[in-house]
Design a protein around this ligand. Structure first.
Ligand code: GDP
Ligand code: IMO
Ligand code: MG
Length: 421
């Protein structure tokens, strides 16, 4: 069977966790392919909300296999905490969670370097989640990193120490930055022991064997296309390929093994951290979106910046990822709006454009089209037929502009609040 991919089309937090949980019963395997504990994937059932950072969102359904792929970076401290939280729900993952030997480890000093680098950047800081993501991927591509497979070798402590010393040298350049490795180290090594209890595998062979034995795999993305290291709003991005191609490199799956690509987007836009956001609202409408949508980061608790849907950006994301089906979430957050605006193009110094400019930071101004709102409660509806005409028109308009059908509609955080078209 082929591998389907679900990924974010905006700046993250589109509702990936919720929708992966909803789709999980259709699959045998759920596999995370990039990112790390910068991700916060929420899902809700039986009136309880769960937030996952490193562990795939397929763990709450029973027998599915969950894989943390080679493209992911793991902080053993956060991993252990996450596992302990899940154990309290009487879920034992030791049999069905598999971790790639080739996934890289976030060291205590990676987190410290992240913080030092952000502090030094001052006003131009990325707005990182400070989980050590950037420094860890830098060590991966710089060929210095430590991988999960290394924890099973005799030279692990030595390798760890060598890398720590390298980082200490780097930290010397931040002269007024104070840090303490000791605060993290004990917990980090406890996390390493926790990792050892799981199935540490050659995940590329494992996944390809599953595909060849007709098992179904859903690859779960983290962050979103506009945070991609190559195609996002660079340098205000994360340090991995969040796009569909990232599922190939992050799992060891060939491009011709990819099937459906679910592209998930909110009915409006949010962004957390720094960087350009053309349709951002700095007024009471932005505050209303934040309040109605409870737009606060699942990992850091930071308020998310809010704005209207950006169609040139969405079309770009659909193109880069080869999206075959759209998933629209948080339509219910727009329940109390008389009208809804959608950005259809940008006014730039070179004229009007409906493509993504090289640099979103240059003076571009969104050009909006105003559409009628539905101005009514929709969270309790479970079929598209029940939905108000204005919502159907909003969806049709997006489909027409983007050229891909919206196949799944989410109208609330709960599992049940999902409509398949
Ligand atoms: P992810 O990172 O893409 O998994 O998304 P997050 O979990 O960071 O943020 C999405 C938030 O919206 C979470 O609090 C979800 O519980 C919530 N959510 C998901 N879908 C919907 C929806 O359709 N409506 C509403 N109101 N909330 C939703
Ligand atoms: P999920 O998977 C939203 C943002 C950070 C910052 C930038 C770089 O929950 O959608 P990093 O920690 O990677 O160095 O931060 O990327 N960011 C996210 N924003 N959702 C996420 O993940 C994010 N992961 C990173 O806020 O602007
Ligand atoms: Mg999130």
């Amino acid at each position: 069977m082929k591998v389907d991919v679900l990924l974010g089309l905006q700046w993250g937090d589109e509702g990936k966790g919720k929708v992966v949980d909803v789709l999980t019963p259709r699959y045998d395997v759920i596999a995370r392919f990039q990112g790390g504990p910068n991700a916060g994937h929420s899902l809700e059932f039986n009136d309880v909300k769960h937030v996952l950072h490193t562990i795939p969102s397929g763990i709450f359904r029973g027998d599915q296999i969950n894989v943390i792929g080679n493209g992911v970076v793991i902080d053993p401290i956060i991993f252990k905490k996450e596992i302990e939280g899940i154990a309290q729900l009487n879920i034992d993952l030791t049999n069905n969670l598999f971790i790639s030997k080739k996934a890289h480890l976030i060291l205590p000093s990676h987190r410290i370097l992240d913080e030092a680098s952000e502090k030094a950047k001052g006003k131009t800081k990325i707005g990182s989640t400070l989980k050590g993501i950037g420094p860890t991927y830098m060590d991966k591509t710089g060929r210095n990193g430590l991988r999960v497979g290394d924890i099973l070798t005799a030279s692990f402590k030595e390798k760890y120490q060598t890398l720590i010393e390298k980082h200490e040298t780097l930290l010397c350049q931040y002269s007024d930055f104070k840090y303490s490795l000791k605060d993290y180290e004990e917990g980090w090594f406890e996390g390493i022991e926790a990792l050892k209890k799981f199935n540490i595998i050659d995940s590329e062979y494992y996944i390809n064997d599953l595909i060849n034995t007709q098992k179904t795999v859903l690859a779960e993305g983290a962050q979103g296309t506009l945070l991609d290291i190559d195609f996002g709003s660079y340098p205000y991005v994360t340090s991995s390929n969040t796009i569909s191609a990232g599922a190939c490199t992050g799992l060891g799956v060939a491009p011709n093994k990819i099937g459906e690509i679910f592209g998930i987007f909110k009915a409006y836009c949010t962004r957390v951290g720094s960087g350009p956001f053309p349709t951002e609202l700095h007024d009471e409408t932005g505050d209303k979106l934040r309040n109605m949508g409870h737009e606060y980061g699942a990992t850091t608790g930071r308020p998310r910046r809010c704005g209207w849907l950006d169609l040139p950006a969405l079309r770009y994301a659909v193109m880069i990822n080869g999206v075959t089906q759209l998933v629209m979430t948080k339509a219910d957050v727009l329940n109390e709006f008389e009208t809804i605006k959608v950005c259809t193009k940008y006014r730039t110094p070179e004229g009007e454009k409906d493509i993504m400019p090289y640099c979103l930071e240059t003076e571009i101004e969104p050009v909006f089209t105003e559409l009628p709102g539905w101005n009514q409660e929709i969270s309790s509806y479970r079929t598209l037929d029940e939905m108000p005409d204005a919502l159907k028109s909003y969806i049709n308009y997006i489909e027409m502009k983007v050229g891909v059908p919206v196949k799944i509609l989410s109208v609330g955080p709960n599992r049940d609040q999902t409509i398949f078209k």
